[in-house]
Design a protein around this ligand. Sequence first.
Ligand SMILES: *Cc1c(COP(=O)(O)O)cnc(C)c1O
Length: 396
Amino acid sequence: MSFQNPVFIPGPTNMPEAIRKACDMPTIDHRSPLFGQILHPARAGVQEILKSETAEIFIFPSTGTGGWETALTNTLSAGDTVLAARNGMFSHRWIDMCLRHELNVKIVETPWGQGLPAGQYAEILMADTEHKIKVVLATHNETATGVKSDIAAVRKALDAANHPAMLFVDGVSSIGSMDFRFDEWGVDIAVTGSQKGFMLPAGLAIVGFSQKALDASKTAQLPRTFFDIADMTKGYAANAYPYTPAVGLMNGLLLATETLLKEGLDNVFARHARIAGGVRAAVDAWGLELCAASPDVYSDTVSAIKTPEGFNATDIVTHAAEKYGVAFGVGLGEVAGKVFRIGHLGSMTDVMALSGIATAEMCMVDLGLDIKLGSGVAAAQEYYRSTTGVALKDAA
Ligand SMILES: *Cc1c(COP(=O)(O)O)cnc(C)c1O
């Protein structure tokens, strides 16, 4: 077994050495001004990455799933109505969480591979003249299908209907890798985690609240203890948590935010877009198709690649792990066995991506797919040669 190869799963992502080391620190008093020097700048860094001037940032020892629960339990009461589209495994899981919290979910079934149906959202919101819908859920980047959605269009749907519902966005696999605009899109809660764009180990739920969401938390009735933002707010005022924070991860998060902001968000997004472009060029050269239905929804952080009928796509993932010691993502839920996924987010370069493309190619040839060895690599090489990357001195 070797730890030398990069992973190509869409989270947890590869960790830059400096960020990994920042998580490894001596014990400090987690209720002290010293902890405050980690906590407050890390929160400010997250706020800047969300492109918000005012969002209140909460960071829990948890994962993205805990961020979903933070959003729901702090703002809603049992029986409240939520509007959500199901277009992949992650939107499905957030809906499932709503149901377990006895929320009434108006589900818009959407083919896996398509983006959120802003047009249908608009019609439903328009028809909801009594304003029963309290929250619209939106998965910005559906990690199961490699599909990004247009959050600005969802905001437009709300505005066109003059509807007061809040907009909660799952940005777990987009924030810190793809453009995200909390203020401009009128997002009320953004959810992410530490182990994707932030290039850290799993272990933090990272959540931003608008003033409207903070106000809703004052009357919301769903039970909450661990994820109570009121308790957390009191803790933050004293450089502390209501319980014991994951201090090392917080220190890593501080460096991760500094690293992303130093590279420059536009450069970070351009790097992801370019790496993804090379992966897509390879997929095209293989004669395969993405699960994502059209270019406007192609994700820059993960590509879900359909394999031919009768072939089990999961075999590629198993074989890559066993023969080459490389990790790809399996298909989830409805697309299990039909797609495999190449994660290309976080600490990733074009050269790293080429090794992943080469490995996927070897696996497919090993397993008898009609693919020419080198074809995808060559297509990606041409793509990377013909586009401009970030100079090494500027990169993380
Ligand atoms: C990874 C992911 C999650 C779940 O996060 P965990 O950290 O595994 O709890 C939620 N939504 C999306 C879009 C994801 O990619």
